[in-house]
Write a protein that binds this ligand. Sequence first.
Ligand SMILES: N=C(N)NCCC[C@H](NC(=O)[C@@H]1CCC/C1=C/[C@H](COP(=O)(O)O)NC=O)C(N)=O
Length: 159
Amino acid sequence: ILPEPWTIRYSRSKKREYFFNPETKASQWEAPEGVDEDKLRSFLETHPLRVRCLHLLIKHKESRRPASHRSEDITISKEEAIEELKGYQEKLKNDPTLFEELAKERSDCSSFKRGGDLGYFGKGEMQPSFEKAAFKLKINEISDIVESDSGVHLIKRVA
Ligand SMILES: N=C(N)NCCC[C@H](NC(=O)[C@@H]1CCC/C1=C/[C@H](COP(=O)(O)O)NC=O)C(N)=O
């Protein structure tokens, strides 16, 4: 849709997408010459530049930072963390609207205070495994168990 080598990126400060040419390092708000704006819009529908997600993180002893508001020394094994997360996965299969409440109750991420809400993020912000899973989700879809250096997660895309 975009003429090579143009790419489209999201500006967090301006909260809108802009066009970037990695060769000339040019960046601009308007689409490069000859871009079909309608095709671009429908492309962006299925290839979002940013997503907003909630997550429920259970850390374990191999986590990059095995501590949280819940425990200053997290010692459960990765297998135990996965088993515990499976329990939450079952509850969410029956009632997905429980996500915020369960994240508040159990998540080892500081976002627990906001029901697990990480806000909007674009590519390059989160750890690759988390980003890959999050950008694949449809709005209101909940991921399978996702592993990252932080621990094991369930992710719900909300926007
Ligand atoms: N850009 C936004 N909104 N915030 C910066 C996020 C930085 C990012 N964080 C993560 O990838 C982990 C996994 C998914 C969420 C997340 C949250 C971590 C998990 O806890 P921790 O392992 O750090 O103790 N807590 C906060 O960062 C990273 N590149 O390390």
